[in-house]
Design a protein around this ligand. Structure first.
Ligand code: NAP
Ligand code: COA
Length: 270
């Protein structure tokens, strides 16, 4: 096994999940907790952090959290530095803080567009800069949580499409820049994931969910555990030669069915 894979195989590993206090990313944090890792989460809401840390501890993991807005690089860097002081170097960073609302480009203020760009894209860059000094080298792995909007234009999603496409290009660019140091960086692109804020905002109501379920080739909605499993794999020694990829985890939805959301948003926003 290559040296950096051996490094990865050591446990317990230190995992940081940015935006890990609800929905998909919280499911990812729980997945790492179940695998025996120490897990730290970041978000804005202190109440959500406390609740998540308690849940991770209930799962048997050592857990902590800190509050930071990813748009604030100083707050992020201070929190990561404190985490390093407590636990040492980071083996895995999952970066998935994001914002979304449906709005046509003509109905969105520049600040609305900017907010999503600043959370999703600039925030991801802030995370990368904050964690870099504290990553295990070689052997660390970074995973961005992307979205189908990164590859597929959707009506009412100009901000998210622009931001997440940028996130995936950060993945590819940093794979080049950090590869020689033995740091891998990949994106996971979830499809429609049940019981999440993202789905509630883009496809509210049972009828929408049923239509989306029918548009997925595997005929089911994703679960947070599907994304957790993909992240656990990408962070593992089994993926030690995988870097710079964008992995759809979507039941085949990105092969065609994902246009449904765009069509429905187009009707709703017209
Ligand atoms: P969610 O429950 O709203 O999770 C968002 C997380 O990010 C929360 O922990 C939130 O905590 C944190 N966050 C938001 N803004 C932040 C900021 N400015 N600074 C720091 N933390 C911030 O959303 P979700 O639907 O599970 O989506 C999670 C990820 O999956 C996102 O990257 C999304 O683009 C992606 N995704 C979702 C779906 C889906 O079906 N839901 C599909 C494809 C991709 P606070 O609010 O406390 O800050
Ligand atoms: N339609 C059009 N514009 C909207 C909007 C909507 N539904 N929701 C927010 N905006 C605009 C606001 O009007 C504001 O612009 P303005 O100052 O020109 O009026 C701008 O977006 C920022 O809104 P604000 O509420 O001040 O931003 P925030 O920084 O507190 O929150 C959001 C950021 C808007 C992305 C918020 O929805 C959020 O925090 N989301 C996190 C959770 C989430 O979206 N989860 C799903 C992830 S896929």
């Amino acid at each position: 096994m290559p040296d950096q894979a051996q490094n990865h195989a050591q446990s317990p590993r230190n995992v940081l999940v940015v935006g890990g206090t609800s929905g998909i990313n919280r499911g990812v944090a729980e997945g790492f907790a179940r695998s025996g890792a120490r897990v730290a989460v970041v978000g804005r809401s202190a109440a959500k952090i406390d609740d998540t840390v308690q849940r991770l501890r209930d799962l048997g993991a050592e857990a902590r959290g800190f509050s930071a807005d990813v748009r604030d690089p100083e707050a992020l860097a201070a929190g990561v530095s404190d985490l390093h002081a407590a636990w040492g170097e980071l083996d895995v960073v999952v970066s998935g803080a994001a914002g979304n609302f449906p709005a046509l480009a003509t109905g969105m203020s520049p600040n609305g567009f900017r907010s999503v760009l600043e959370i999703d894209l600039l925030g991801s860059f802030h995370v990368l800069q904050a964690v870099y000094p504290f990553l295990v080298k070689p052997g660390a792995s970074v995973i961005h949580i992307s979205a189908p909007q990164a590859a597929l234009p959707m009506v009412g999603q100009s901000h998210v499409c622009a931001a997440k496409a940028g996130v995936d290009m950060l993945t590819r660019t940093l794979a080049l820049e950090w590869g020689p140091e033995g740091i891998r960086i990949n994106s996971v692109m979830p499809g429609p994931i049940e019981h999440t804020e993202g789905m509630a905002r883009l496809a509210p109501g049972d009828e929408s969910l049923e239509a989306i379920r029918a548009s997925v080739p595997l005929k089911r909605l994703g679960q947070v555990e599907d994304i957790a499993a993909a992240c656990t794999f990408l962070a593992s020694a089994s993926a030690s030669f995988i870097t710079g990829v964008v992995l759809p985890v979507d039941g085949g939805w990105s092969l065609g069915g994902a246009t449904l959301i765009s069509d429905r948003l187009a009707k709703g926003l017209a």
